[in-house]
Design a binder for this molecule. Sequence first.
Ligand code: NAD
Length: 344
Amino acid sequence: MSTEHDDGTVPSADLREEYAQLAEEVAKHQVAYHQQDAPLVSDAEYDELIHRLRSIEAEHPELASADSPTQQVGGSPSEAFAPVQHLQRMYSLEDVFSREELRTWYDRALASLEKMRPDEKVRWLVEVKIDGLAISLTYRNGVLERAATRGDGTTGEDVTHNVLTIGDIPQQLAGEGHPEVLEVRGEIFMPTAEFHALNERLREAREKEFANPRNAAAGSLRQKDPAKTAQRPLSMFVHGIGERSSLVLTSQHETYDQLAAWGLPVSPYTRILDSYEEIDEYLNEHQAKRHELVHEIDGVVIKVDDFGQQRALGHTSRVPRWAAAYKYPPEEKSTELLDIRVQV
Ligand code: NAD
């Protein structure tokens, strides 16, 4: 006799069925988006599905397994590229969809830090969330040795030859004091103006246009032929760091200053803020001018600035606890995306 019922403690057969179908659907969208650069639905639609999945797992943790789509950082690396093991893991970001959720995250992070490190002031590094794709650049003694996509966070795809065609990314770091091994993390994007110009050219040539700048950047970077990537206007801004040998860095903002001094491109939109009220203002300001920036954004990333405090908060298997991505309300219409295929 089944003991299943709908009392919120044991999932009903209907809920199990819904969960299994939803998990399969979300996994399918992750492959289409991360591996094939060909989303089947809009981000807003995908976010709704994964949030339903997460809320079922929150109520019924016994349904969630380690291979649940909610536990994955992106997708498995494609076999079209050689695999690259990241020296330090690459993470995704905890996303929040309302100011209330962000306030809850902020209060919780602050309260934990006040408890663990009571004598320290907490400062927040706030930056726009670039709508592109993550890259890890490995420099050895200042020379670019390898470039890899995030992949599943542990293993990425080797896109070195393609990255060598991107003018913004130095092949040799400027200045001195480079560590033996340095993993720089950033976002490759297609500037909005370049994206529109590219689509205009494709339209004139009666070729398939790109759905959005993120899709254009991902499709352009993950080309088998670097000569094709070279024809695409790609840029990058740095947003993190992995392995750094014996280099000592104490904060996110010091890291950006150091990377900028070595010639790496750093976002002009980053600020250091002291309170939730200031963060709230930054969100309003950048929401109002989100289409006036060099690149498209889908939100704002809030990070604890100090590395000691970041370490104290730590990570889950998927995301750091010291950062959150506030997503702006969706603007895209799903119908526009349904007929979009990858442009290669
Ligand atoms: P995410 O894109 O929401 O956040 C994590 C990533 O943000 C990081 O890995 C990094 O690459 C990037 N990022 C941009 N600016 C940054 C900054 N300033 N600092 C730090 N990181 C920055 O998470 P995700 O796991 O890469 O993917 C989820 C996103 O992909 C969601 O927006 C989701 O809607 C979309 N998605 C869509 C579909 C679809 O079918 N449409 C499928 C899967 C995922």
